[in-house]
Ligand binder design. Sequence first.
Ligand code: OGA
Ligand code: NI
Length: 365
Amino acid sequence: MGSITCDRVSELKAFDDTKAGVKGLVDAGITTIPQIFIQDHHTKHKFDDKPICRDPKISIPMIDLQRIHKDSSLRSQVIDQIRSACEEWGFFQVINHGIPTSILDQAIDGIRRFFEQDVEVKQKYYSRDYSKKIKYCSNLNLYSAPTLFWKDTLSCVMDRHFSNPEDLPEACREIMITYNNLMWKTGGTLFELLSKALGLDPNYLKDIGCVEEMTIGNSYYPECPQPELSIGIATHSDPGFVTVLIQDQIGGLQVFHEDQWFDIAPVPGALVVNLGYMMQLITNDKFKSAYHRVFSNKEGSRISIESFFMNNSCSRRYGPIKELLSEVNPPLYPEITLKDIYNNQSLKNNELSALDKLKLASHSG
Ligand code: OGA
Ligand code: NI
């Protein structure tokens, strides 16, 4: 990372003060990207230069949830598929999940309306205040991040029954309420299947609070005049339990698996499901969370919507699930809170992951 000079800080502040995000730069007609967005090799992740697998036959598992509520043998096949996907990839896609494709498309359209409306309307939501439930921002960690992302975000902490709909931006209000209602339902089904895949009672994960809080991250990745110099979102794993993602047709999302990167090509109507650090921790490494990243591109703006199921309450502690432990499978982690994960997420990409740092001393190294 370049040293934090006055120049850099004032450049960051000038960018922040526009309250127009990365899209504002593109709208202004830039043809070269500002220095603060240029990736340098010091900030690269240790896996960033690993090969990209271009074999179109290999990709994250696709799992069909059709009729699982009616046919118990189909249901147990699906549970087996989910178990393998979580053990091997930490990522899978689902179709026939209960959210109509037309709703997914409308959600993407609604988010596009939000980001592409008059900047004056959007600016009212611009904030870096962590306590705000609904906020539009670019690079939440702008002043501390070693690497800036070519990305703007509208993040919304959602309740199961969203009690203040008027707090949502008008451009996407109605569809977000619909999408939110359906996502809680589909999320509930996914956590039941994940519980069963772990050999637990179907309500187990729900009962320990995995489906109590959800934040929806709405991401807008503007087209970039120099995509090879920037990154949409750098290599990372998600902190919470499960993330459910939809993306438009542009592409650019990749997952790291068995020492290679794999494209997650857009599939109309599908939901991409991935596990976060918390899920890996409570399953004592039976299920994996996987690194992923998004490239920026020249062709057009990309939209994705992430529903992060996590438990933000700072006091709630989670450790490996007792029922999964035995003499031959002792706990690898102490009991921690989500905050411990955030605090251990390194800003230096070549260091250990948050989970590796939290591993009990007897199992590390
Ligand atoms: C994230 C993420 C991927 C995408 O927001 O954590 O990984 O496709 N997003 O936008
Ligand atoms: Ni992610």
